[in-house]
Design a protein around this ligand. Structure first.
Ligand code: UDP
Length: 457
């Protein structure tokens, strides 16, 4: 891709772990295609430039206070980033020493980037870091509101959403939100944003979300080119570098090395999901009672309003059968031969990472797109099961055993291996994601011209 040499892409990730990881992976992919990569990041959840020495980093002075972090941080970031990002972009575009900028790649949750990019006549491509299916759900929100599904009523949680089969009302985002109007605005703004973009990139693959991708292409965004080029982390050829906001505890791997093949339950609920203290204790005893070895990520902040109190005598009762860390090298963990099952909150990155390693899932979704992801894992791809009826130790023990030892579990495990094969195939030469990535590079080269004219003035 010689034409991309000497061209720069500016990437602006939404500063949360589940959005940062795929953006940096995408940066690696496009770097491998010849582009120079500049990452603009906020002071809030700022990134470590030394983890990606092949990128250029620019920090903008945008931070959130503790109270702001807890309350509508995405809306606040949209408001606070406008001017600092505009100034940063002006500097980057006028820097004659650097490669000219072909386009901006940002997150559709950052809707403020539309007007800023337009003011510089800079093409803007969006990257949807969640799945295509959940974007179909988000795009259907005006219809769901019109039909009375939203705001969600507790009495209707188990009802099917016939327009979005097999989802139930409880799988829609906004269930526990005290301000449904603000969540409605956030979701509809986000789902509308691609309509005003030069393209939409997905961290997914055709075989996984064919139906949703077809709906988006034909109905939701008929005029916008769509590039499903995932799973990013599997085609990322850069040397493995941590993009974690917390330090990875490598003791996970040495502990996993001491365990039998396919014997361990890996438990991790991503970077934001939190549980109540009583639920935390049920999880702990459910794991202990299952009698299977487990590796559990107990992240700071995992328990609402508490510093993760493990039950008295808990660690002693395990005889080395459990290992607990604050943050794991998750992709490495999921690829480890000792891991049998992933108990996840069903964040999109975690879901894809598990699919890529053929690891069946126990899903315990908390908010946002996680419920739809979990429904697809359990009812469409059938590579996992959900804990749907409360977090309770006997139910946890039963679910772990279902996946680890029962006949139903064996079928789920087999399907997980089949889906993993499909994920691998799409990345090979001629595969759908491989081709789509080539299409994306050509597309960037075709839209760059106008921005160039401006920069050379
Ligand atoms: N992750 C990790 N170590 C952990 C927990 C999570 O590296 O101990 C990574 C995980 O591999 C994934 C990301 O953090 O790439 C979490 O993204 P996801 O979309 O699954 O969930 P979110 O944190 O956005 O809710």
């Amino acid at each position: 891709m010689e034409q991309s040499r000497g061209l720069r892409l500016i990437l602006l990730p939404l500063p949360f772990q589940g959005h940062i990881n795929p953006m940096l992976q995408l940066g690696n992919l496009l770097h491998s295609k010849g582009f120079s990569i500049t990452i603009v990041h906020t002071k809030f959840n700022s990134l470590n430039p030394s983890s990606h020495p092949h990128f250029t980093f620019h920090s903008i002075p945008v931070d959130l206070s503790e109270s702001e972090k807890a309350c509508r941080p995405v809306s606040l970031l949209n408001a606070k980033c406008v001017e600092p990002f505009r100034e940063c972009l002006a500097t980057l575009l006028s820097d004659a020493e650097e490669d000219p900028v072909a386009c901006l790649i940002s997150d559709p949750f950052f809707h403020f980037t539309r007007s800023v990019a337009e003011s510089f006549e800079l093409p803007r491509i969006l990257i949807r870091t969640g799945g295509a299916t959940s974007l179909v759900v988000y795009a259907a929100f005006p219809l769901l509101k019109e039909k009375g599904y939203f705001p969600i009523q507790d009495s209707r949680l188990e009802e099917p959403v016939t327009e979005l089969s097999p989802l139930k009302v409880k799988d829609l985002p906004g269930k526990d939100n005290s301000d449904p109007e603000s969540i409605y605005q956030l979701i509809t703004n986000m789902a509308n944003e691609p309509k005003a973009s030069s393209g939409l990139i997905f961290n997914t693959f055709e075989d996984l979300e064919q139906h949703a991708l077809a709906t988006l292409r034909q109905e939701t965004y008929p005029n916008i080119p769509i590039f499903p080029i995932g799973p990013f982390h599997k085609c990322d050829s850069a040397p493995s570098s941590s993009t974690g906001l917390l330090a990875e505890d490598q003791s996970c791997i040495s502990w996993l090395n001491t365990q039998a093949p396919k014997s361990v339950v890996y438990v991790g609920f991503g970077s934001i999901a939190a549980v109540k203290e009583a639920q935390f204790l049920e999880i702990a005893w459910g794991l202990a009672n299952s009698n299977h070895p487990f590796l559990w990520v107990v992240r700071p902040g995992l328990v609402h309003g508490s510093s993760e109190p493990l039950p008295d005598g808990f660690l002693e009762s395990l005889n080395g059968r459990g290992h607990i860390v604050k943050w794991a090298p998750q992709k490495e963990v999921l690829a480890h031969p000792s891991v049998a099952v992933f108990w996840t909150h069903s964040g999109w990155n975690s879901t894809l990472e598990s699919i890529c390693e053929g690891v069946p899932m126990i899903c315990m979704p908390c908010f946002g797109d996680q419920m739809a992801n979990a429904r697809y894992v359990s009812h469409v791809w059938k590579v996992g099961v959900q804990i749907e009826h409360g977090i309770e130790r006997a139910e946890i023990e039963r679910t772990i055993n279902l996946l680890m030892v029962e006949k139903e579990g064996e079928e789920i495990r087999d399907r997980a291996m089949e889906l993993m094969e499909k994920a691998n195939l799409c990345l090979k030469e001629g595969g759908t994601s491989y081709q789509s990535l080539d299409g994306l590079v050509k597309h960037i080269l075709s839209i760059k011209s106008f921005a160039f004219g401006k920069q050379s003035e």
